[in-house]
Design a protein around this ligand. Structure first.
Ligand code: HPA
Length: 262
């Protein structure tokens, strides 16, 4: 049996799967955003978590990322696919488009961003922040599902919860960002610390600030995410049709990275 985790953002649900149970996981890092919804589909146990909580009451900077990822570890999950809303910076991305993120820039601050902050120091390598096997699996599954998806894109993660100024988006564009969101960090780095395969699907829900002259609203983000859900869900179903076989070194992520003596 494969164990797959999904972390969903604003406005996403996952219909069409056999619901098994709601699981409350206690983590030594505190409480995850909500209970993990356990579903079964063919040979896969799927654990679903909304990072902003049941009613979307947790802002990006207050999400307990450590507890959320540690919860997946405790459930024995080997691979986590995250779905995020993002504002499009790269002009070739329009609202409603979906991308499998290929790299990322971290502009967050003040978040608990490591499991190793007490007596032991590890510097993990995240040159490639996403599992190459899982990314390939998503691309393959999207092709099988007949869903158009962009292969790649740099996600710049801000601290939020406010949106950006037009000047910030101009600067982020010059730094190489294709889209902007608020939740990828420290999510991806924590999964790497725990040796869990991790990849991200970003749904472009709006043009980033200043790219279009319209005011940005959360209603628009939730609306576009809802409309994209069906395509994302058909990719997730296909991922489970083709059981995931990791051909990566995510499990060995800590090898050679401890700098503390002893
Ligand atoms: N900026 C930051 N985060 C976002 C956006 C945005 O424009 N859209 C969805 N999440």
């Amino acid at each position: 049996m494969n164990k797959l985790g999904i972390i969903a953002g604003s406005g996403m649900d996952i219909p069409g799967l056999k619901f098994i149970e709601d699981i409350t996981v206690d983590s030594k890092y505190g409480a995850p955003s909500e209970g993990y919804k356990h579903f079964r589909y063919k040979d896969t146990d799927l654990y679903f978590l909304r990072r902003h909580g049941v009613k979307h009451e947790i802002p990006p900077h207050k999400i307990n990322y450590r507890a959320n990822i540690d919860g997946f570890r405790k459930l024995g999950v080997e691979a986590v696919v995250t779905v995020s809303a993002a504002g499009g910076i790269n002009g070739s991305l329009c609202p409603g488009d979906i991308a499998v993120t290929s790299n990322a820039i971290d502009f967050t601050y003040g978040r608990n961003s490591t499991y190793f902050d007490d007596m032991e120091v590890f510097h993990i390598d995240i040159t490639e922040p996403f599992c190459p096997s899982l990314r390939r699996g998503i691309l393959y599954s999207a092709a099988e599902a007949g869903v158009t998806i962009f292969d790649g894109g740099v996600y710049l993660c801000t601290n939020g919860p406010r949106l950006e100024t037009a000047a910030e988006i101009t600067a982020y564009s010059k730094l190489g960002a294709d889209f902007v969101g608020m939740t990828l960090f420290p999510e991806c780095a924590l999964a790497r610390e725990l040796g869990i395969c991790f990849a991200n699907i970003s749904v472009i829900t709006n043009y980033a600030a200043g790219i279009s002259d319209r005011k940005l609203t959360s209603d628009e983000v939730v609306d576009i995410m809802g409309k994209a859900s069906e395509r994302v869900n058909s990719i997730v179903h296909k991922i489970m049709d083709n059981p995931f076989t990791p051909e990566c070194d995510c499990r060995d992520s800590l090898k050679g990275t401890k700098i503390t003596n002893g």
